[in-house]
Design a protein around this ligand. Structure first.
Ligand code: FAD
Length: 400
């Protein structure tokens, strides 16, 4: 087990500085343009691939850190640059994590490279689980997967909502009910290979924030995928279904733990947005003169900035604690993963709102990035489990 230390080691410091450099030199200068265009920033993804920030090797190196802190550190720095572009770069990791977490070694070898594409022609991947009638209530999923033994194919039928990279992805990972009578315990994940007939996406969704990240609804109309696309393989699925039918603990409950594990990283993204807004507001408050003195000399402004800094630091401690616990197999007895994401998401919303206020009229204009950070921050109380769902997880854990 790795020691928990707030003293980052040399590799972690190098990683932080390297990602920060990329965020400040490449991501941030491009942020306003891609937000306005509301398009996937392919040239920036390509740059990220060239420097080694986009690809399985990068993710695997982060995952290998025994302290668990590398991915939160990298995420905070990248999303400090811009959340929309950040999600275009890191969104693929959702699908990759599903393949890595549930797939066989053969599936990893076959599909992960196709998620990322090549340095010259990067691709993205999508993880599609939310449905129009099944958001927070994952067990209500209606998408069905039926096995056709005659052709050794799975047939997927249904609809997915709000998929990041949906429709533009090379590889889609889709969850579906194999046995709907078992609720979330009867679900499985499937890889939909590139150009599979029957998978369609109608439109790119227009959003409040994260506009440089593509979000779309997905339709699955008798999508036939080879048997080998069932993540984990048929034996594992059968074993899981048998356990669920006999009332034993199943991998679906284990999937809840996977969510808990991914939440600190999402919390770290929110921290990046919050820190960007705090730093900008602090610099502005030192420069902006009203009534003959910089506005930071007013206690109302200085106290607001103090709270922003304190809340960001407090949230980071929760994020790092959960990341360390997850990596070191410590049980989340009080929903610590949810705590991290919940706190960081709510801090991002509060801090960016305060930043807009500190800039006054300038904060409301597109000439300054704080309005974009304010818009972007809101997603962090919604996706990867809403704030209410995080509270549900924590409350159930402490009530047990
Ligand atoms: C930009 C963006 C990107 C996304 N990317 C992806 C993706 O890549 N893949 C994917 O699968 N999904 C993705 N999502 C979907 C996201 O995860 C869901 O929107 C989220 O889980 C909430 O589901 P919902 O929108 O259906 O809200 P609902 O579940 O309908 O919730 C509505 C409100 O009711 C509250 N609520 C619901 N149930 C309870 C309860 N039991 N107790 C208290 N309150 C409750 C919620 O907290 C919320 O406030 C994305 C969404 C967005 C906006």
């Amino acid at each position: 087990m790795a020691e928990f230390s707030l003293d980052l080691n040399e590799e972690q410091r190098d990683l932080r500085d390297w990602v920060h450099g990329f965020a400040s030199e490449v991501v941030r200068p491009a942020a306003a343009e891609w937000d306005a265009r509301e398009e996937t920033p392919w040239p920036v993804i390509q740059e990220a691939a060239k420097v080694g920030l986009y690809g399985f090797e990068f993710l695997a190196t982060c995952w290998a850190d025994p302290t668990g802190l590398s991915l939160p550190i990298a995420s905070e720095e990248l999303f400090w640059g811009d959340a929309g572009i950040g999600l275009s770069i890191f969104g693929t990791s959702l699908a990759v994590a599903a393949i890595y977490g549930s797939g066989t070694p053969e599936q990893l070898i076959e599909w992960v490279p196709q998620c990322f594409g090549t340095v010259d022609e990067p691709a993205v991947a999508a993880f599609c689980t939310t449905e129009p009638e099944a958001g927070s209530d994952v067990a209500a999923m209606r998408t069905r997967a039926v096995y056709d033994a005659a052709t050794d194919e799975w047939v997927l039928t249904g609809q997915k909502a709000y998929a990041t990279n949906g429709g533009i992805a090379n590889v889609h990972v889709v969850t579906a009910a194999v046995d709907p009578t078992l609720g979330s315990r009867g679900q499985a994940a499937f890889v939909v290979p590139p150009d599979t007939p029957g998978l369609a996406s109608t439109r790119k969704l227009a959003k409040l924030g994260l506009r440089a990240s593509h979000t779309a609804d997905i339709f699955l109309d008798d999508v036939r995928v080879p048997g080998r696309c069932l993540l984990g393989g048929p034996e594992k699925l059968q074993e899981r279904l048998d356990r669920a039918r006999s009332g034993q603990r199943t991998a679906s409950q284990a999937a809840m733990r996977t969510f808990e594990l991914s939440r600190p990283t999402v919390g770290a993204q929110a921290l990046g947005v919050a820190r960007a807004a705090y730093e900008y507001a602090l610099a502005y408050a030192k420069e902006r003169v009203q009534f003959g003195r910089p506005i930071i000399e007013n206690q109302a402004i200085a106290f607001a900035l103090s709270d922003m800094k304190m809340e960001i630091d407090a949230a980071r401690l929760l994020v790092w604690r959960a990341a360390w616990m997850g990596r070191n197999n410590r049980p989340f007895l009080a929903g610590e993963g949810s705590m991290a994401k919940l706190k960081a998401g709510e801090v991002a919303v509060a801090v960016t709102e305060k930043a807009v206020q500190i800039l006054g009229g300038a904060g409301f204009l597109r000439e300054h990035p704080v309005e974009r950070w304010y818009r972007d921050s809101k997603i962090y109380t919604i996706f990867e489990g809403t704030s209410e769902i995080q509270r549900l997880v924590i409350s159930r854990a402490i009530a047990r």
